[in-house]
Design a protein around this ligand. Structure first.
Ligand code: NAD
Length: 438
């Protein structure tokens, strides 16, 4: 979307292919699970964004199922509920930009896909909300078994990255602010556990903020189990291997009512298939390896942005948005280059036809050549890190903000206000079709 917003569509025949006909502001998705933020406020219809473009852009609600790199063709399929007689076709391209993101990593752990909830799409957030309420109501069912109440009210989050941490914080808030008032009799038994395989949560934040998060979670009664790797999931339990302080390993079984799986990203099959067609991609593991201009290595006329691209940066919304802006500038420059070059050719032939205007024409050619040199001097993509932010519950947030040449670490209620205003302003700017502030 950041590419589309800045791209001068008058220069290209632009076609957008996406199985979702809306843009989703994912940083606020955890807040949707508990109804803290209404899901419609973080969605923006693609056609609404395209409506404001200078020249028409085609949109197909479809999934790209295969990129045929040799034939320069994309196979697309309508995977929505309502299908017409034609629901598969091909779209040829001259230039291709891939920004399909990533899917949820499960590492092939048995039972994860069948029994846990993910947190990537609106439907995931809605499913989580429904399940939380179902667990609570089932726990409050007449004569419910005591051990069963404890299981149903145990919300387990696997993955101590920002997604898992933010969700655990939102969950605790939801319980304290809403459910506790509605069904006070079950409140002492509600429990949130965050499981992380590494020794700490939020490894991308500074040590001070990790400690702050851990102590805040303690106050909020969110149990953090670090050095605990989930190995198997059943419909009611999680089996995990714990590394004890003496280095020995033991296995624990944790009963749960709701299980949310947030262990990061995996490469989508579409991208794996494309990588298998390009010999230069054979050593890339986490997605399409791109060069400093975001061109897919070993391919012609294909660029990749966001979580499906490996450009040496973390798979975050902030990186993706900057990459999209960069590509828009690159494409706008490419079009301008073509316009300037053809004007220079035209003027050069006029030089011979209209010898009387030589000085005037030469001056114009020189000025155009100067512009051309400037435009052609495109600097490689350079990511500017503005900082990391995460909500940790109880109206507190942590932030590592890039400041001058250093970093400012802060955590607490003021940081929460900063988090909220920063995210809301980003969301607002994306809705009003102004450039996204990231
Ligand atoms: P992540 O990759 O950041 O974290 C996943 C965590 O799960 C890791 O710490 C890993 O050790 C753990 N894990 C993996 N397998 C496990 C297992 N079997 N048992 C227990 N733990 C296991 O994933 P994420 O939080 O979904 O984030 C994905 C990307 O999106 C990251 O780059 C992140 O920075 C970004 N993101 C940023 C924000 C923010 O800035 N506020 C919010 C959400 C996501």
């Amino acid at each position: 979307m950041s590419l589309l917003k800045k791209l001068d569509t008058a220069n290209y025949n632009v076609i957008v292919i996406s199985p979702r006909n809306y843009f989703l502001f994912t940083p606020l998705l955890p807040s949707c699970t508990t109804g803290n933020i209404e899901h419609r406020s973080i969605m923006e219809p693609v056609r609404q964004i395209l409506r404001h473009k200078r020249a028409a852009v085609k949109f197909y609600e479809a999934e790209a199922t295969k990129i045929d790199y040799e034939r320069k063709v994309i196979k697309i399929s309508d995977n929505s509920d309502i299908k017409g007689t034609i629901n598969e076709t091909e779209v040829p391209y001259d230039f291709l930009v891939i920004g399909v993101g990533a899917e949820n990593a499960t590492f092939g752990i048995p039972g994860v896909r069948e029994h846990s909830c993910f947190l990537k799409e609106i439907k995931d957030a809605q499913a989580i909300r429904t399940k939380i309420m179902d667990c609570v109501e089932t726990a409050a069912f007449k004569d419910q078994d005591s051990a069963e109440i404890d299981r149903l009210l145990h919300m387990v989050v696997v993955g101590g990255g920002p997604t898992g941490v933010e969700f655990a914080g939102e969950l605790r808030d939801f319980f304290d602010e809403d459910i506790k008032k509605l069904i006070p009799e079950i409140s002492p038994r509600f429990k949130v556990t965050l499981i992380e395989a590494l020794p700490t949560v939020l490894p991308m934040f500074s040590k001070q903020l990790i400690d702050y998060t851990e102590s805040t979670f303690k106050e909020e009664h969110i149990e953090i189990k670090t050095k605990t790797m989930v190995k198997k999931v059943t419909d009611k339990t999680v089996e995990a291997q714990v590394t004890n302080p003496d280095g020995s390993k033991s296995t624990i079984t944790i009963p749960y009512g709701l299980l949310v799986w947030a262990t990061g990203n995996a490469v989508r099959p579409l991208i794996k298939d494309l990588m298998s067609q390009i010999p230069a991609q054979k050593d890339s593991r986490r997605g399409l390896a791109v060069n400093e201009y975001l061109v897919v290595q070993g391919a012609r006329d294909i660029w990749a942005v966001g979580d499906c691209a490996v450009a040496g940066y973390a798979p975050t919304a902030q990186v993706a948005a900057q990459e999209g802006n960069f590509l828009a500038r690159l494409f706008n420059n490419m079009a301008k280059t073509e316009q300037l070059e053809s004007r220079i050719t035209e003027l050069s032939s006029n030089l011979n036809l209209k010898p009387g205007n030589v000085t005037e024409i030469t001056a114009e050619i020189e000025s155009l050549e100067k512009q051309l040199r400037r435009i052609k001097d495109v600097k490689p993509f350079n990511y500017s890190h503005q900082g990391s932010l995460a909500y940790i519950g109880s109206e507190k947030a942590v932030a590592d903000i890039a400041w001058l040449n250093g970093n400012v670490a802060s955590g607490g209620k003021l940081t929460y206000l900063f988090w909220r205003s920063a995210y809301l302003s980003m969301c607002f700017s994306s809705k009003s079709n102004r450039p996204c502030v990231v």
